[in-house]
Design a protein around this ligand. Structure first.
Ligand SMILES: *[C@@H]1O[C@H](CO)[C@@H](O)[C@H](O)[C@H]1NC(C)=O
Ligand SMILES: *[C@@H]1O[C@H](CO)[C@@H](O)[C@H](O)[C@H]1NC(C)=O
Ligand SMILES: *[C@@H]1O[C@H](CO)[C@@H](O)[C@H](O)[C@H]1NC(C)=O
Ligand SMILES: *[C@@H]1O[C@H](CO)[C@@H](O)[C@H](O)[C@H]1NC(C)=O
Ligand SMILES: *[C@@H]1O[C@H](CO)[C@@H](O)[C@H](O)[C@H]1NC(C)=O
Ligand SMILES: *[C@@H]1O[C@H](CO)[C@@H](O)[C@H](O)[C@H]1NC(C)=O
Ligand SMILES: *[C@@H]1O[C@H](CO)[C@@H](O)[C@H](O)[C@H]1NC(C)=O
Ligand SMILES: *[C@@H]1O[C@H](CO)[C@@H](O)[C@H](O)[C@H]1NC(C)=O
Ligand SMILES: *[C@@H]1O[C@H](CO)[C@@H](O)[C@H](O)[C@H]1NC(C)=O
Ligand SMILES: *[C@@H]1O[C@H](CO)[C@@H](O)[C@H](O)[C@H]1NC(C)=O
Ligand SMILES: *[C@@H]1O[C@H](CO)[C@@H](O)[C@H](O)[C@H]1NC(C)=O
Ligand SMILES: *[C@@H]1O[C@H](CO)[C@@H](O)[C@H](O)[C@H]1NC(C)=O
Length: 418
């Protein structure tokens, strides 16, 4: 692909992502004039499919023309089974959520995504025309009965290797009335210690035209468990976002270096056989999404996707950038990846991620601990420097010693002749 074309499609992808997040969709399941499930949300799908020559990833927003499928949806009862919210859009694309409850809480029991590869406007050059269905049973959305689940932060669900990212979500099932309950269950990601960290953590741009760099970010510790409660992804790292956006107050593009502060962030994630995701959220306005992929034939994993979503008050539009065909931190399965040195991971023209003192293991974690590490080249080079300096010093000492000994012998001989 020509560089200019790659740049173009990346911009388009970013543009889609922004649009996708901006489109709020309202979905309602009713039976006999009363509403039992209601959702107001934005969703963005990241779907990888095969063309005849390679694999491609598209970002598909849930459009605001989405409708609830009356036949597939159900309020659930003894006779009709579990409650389902089934939404359809385009030619045969479907998003489904099923619910379960246990008296005091209800939760999304499963997420189902169905997409029609024949839709060439969304999946150009697909070499299959199949309708693909993927599912996930670890969604992590739950709320107290008779309350509305409320989550402004982005939540990513991985299903069959594809991802669904929800944001600005209000949802209720088993509704006691016809509208969303005023009582709310706020998701963990929105309950950051500081609710507006981006406004407190950033230097006020209006008074400092050239903001000072924030220094090295603190190291955070992240641990994700699978549906059985077994730790499946471990990470320790300092994270720094470097992106440019159009500032409202300055009326121009500004370069922002933003450190994620571990005690002001929340995180979530999921693990599957060949995909694992870590989503780090700071406050309600900054979300970083990392996706790891395992190639089980090669027995290697790598960081394949990075995306960021930021919605700061000074931005003219929410900033969104990502790339799902990256190849960073490549490591052998059964090992962790380590890099103490600063690494710059380029993602998009307007966004890169800097990592510091990093160790990750997204697959094959046993006994809640990192396996032996494969270290990055930069660390190995750094370790070489003391060795080289040491060797050079030892060599120098040896030369001086030999010279001294020879000198001594010569001078001895000299005395004897006199
Ligand atoms: C961004 O923030 C504004 C104001 O806080 C809000 O109205 C808007 O819905 C947010 N957009 C996204 C995509 O979250
Ligand atoms: C549903 O509402 C319509 C109009 O509001 C009414 O005519 C109808 O009788 C209602 N049906 C039931 C089962 O309550
Ligand atoms: C793409 O093709 C590869 C190789 O045949 C296959 O393993 C993979 O499952 C396919 N992916 C999709 C999304 O169909
Ligand atoms: C589609 O392409 C992949 C490789 O990209 C190949 O493995 C797969 O068999 C192809 N599928 C069909 C139906 O042609
Ligand atoms: C898939 O898309 C094609 C082309 O848009 C359409 O003809 C077909 O009916 C769709 N399949 C389903 C199951 O809706
Ligand atoms: C009900 O489900 C919630 C969330 O899924 C869980 O935390 C709670 O322990 C469950 N309560 C009972 C009584 O099973
Ligand atoms: C929820 O509300 C309904 C109707 O108001 C009530 O019958 C039920 O006991 C409530 N359930 C809980 C767990 O509060
Ligand atoms: C959870 O445990 C069951 C039974 O031990 C096992 O079959 C299943 O594969 C496990 N699931 C995961 C995600 O590890
Ligand atoms: C941030 O990105 C810009 C543009 O790519 C680059 O010039 C700058 O050196 C980067 N700064 C840091 C601290 O990474
Ligand atoms: C922002 O800058 C552009 C040119 O760079 C100018 O045309 C526009 O009027 C400015 N807007 C404001 C609100 O200052
Ligand atoms: C976060 O940690 C920093 C330094 O470790 C500390 O100064 C700050 O008060 C902490 N903030 C919160 C909200 O705990
Ligand atoms: C996995 O690795 C093998 C061997 O290196 C390679 O041929 C294959 O294309 C890789 N598969 C994917 C999906 O990247």
């Amino acid at each position: 692909m020509k560089p200019s074309m790659a740049c173009g499609s990346l911009l388009l992808l970013t543009w889609f992502a922004v649009l996708g997040f901006l489109q709020a969709v309202t979905l309602e399941v009713r039976e006999r004039n009363s509403t039992c499930i209601k959702a107001e949300l934005s969703a963005l799908f990241s779907i990888t499919y095969n063309t005849s020559s390679n694999s491609r990833t598209v970002q598909v927003p849930l459009p605001n023309t989405t409708t609830v499928d009356g036949a597939g949806s159900s309020c659930g009862s003894v006779t009709t089974g579990i409650p389902w919210l089934v939404a359809t859009f385009g030619p045969g694309h479907t998003l489904g959520l099923s619910f379960s409850a246990n008296g005091s809480f209800y939760s999304v029991a499963a997420l189902m995504l169905q997409y029609n590869l024949s839709d060439s406007s969304v999946f150009p050059d697909a070499n299959s025309s199949a309708v693909v269905t993927v599912e996930s049973a670890s969604v992590g959305i739950w709320a107290a009965m008779n309350s509305t689940y409320h989550c402004v932060s982005a939540t990513t669900v991985v299903a069959g290797g594809q991802t669904v990212t929800f944001s600005d979500m209000r949802l209720e099932a088993y509704m006691p009335g016809n509208d969303l309950s005023s009582a709310e269950t706020i998701c963990a990601a929105d309950q950051a210690p500081t609710t507006t960290p981006t406004t407190t953590a950033r230097t006020p741009i209006t008074t400092t035209p050239a903001p000072t760099p924030p220094g090295t970010p603190e190291r955070g510790t992240y641990s994700i468990s699978d549906s059985n409660g077994t730790v499946c992804l471990l990470a320790q790292m300092g994270l720094q976002l470097n992106f440019s956006y159009v500032s409202q107050s300055q009326n121009k593009t500004v370069q922002e270096i933003f450190n994620l502060t571990p005690n002001m962030t929340n995180y979530s994630g999921s693990c599957e056989a060949s995909k694992a995701a870590l989503v780090v959220t700071q406050g309600t306005t900054t979300t970083l999404d990392l996706i790891f992929t395992l190639n089980s034939t090669a027995n290697k994993y790598h960081l394949s996707g990075i995306s960021v979503l930021a919605n700061w008050s000074d931005m003219t539009a929410p900033f969104s950038a990502g790339n799902t065909s990256l190849d960073y931190l490549r490591t052998t399965l059964g090992r962790s990846y380590m890099c103490n040195a600063e690494q710059t991971l380029a993602v998009a023209p307007s966004f890169s991620l800097n990592t510091f003192r990093l160790q990750v293991q997204p697959f094959g974690v046993t006994t809640n601990q990192f396996a032996a590490a494969e270290e990055c080249q930069m660390d190995q080079d750094e370790m070489l420097i003391p060795i080289i300096v040491g060797a050079a010093l030892a060599g120098l000492v040896l030369i001086v010693l030999i010279a001294y000994l020879i000198g001594r012998k010569r001078s001895h001989a000299g005395y004897q002749t006199i």
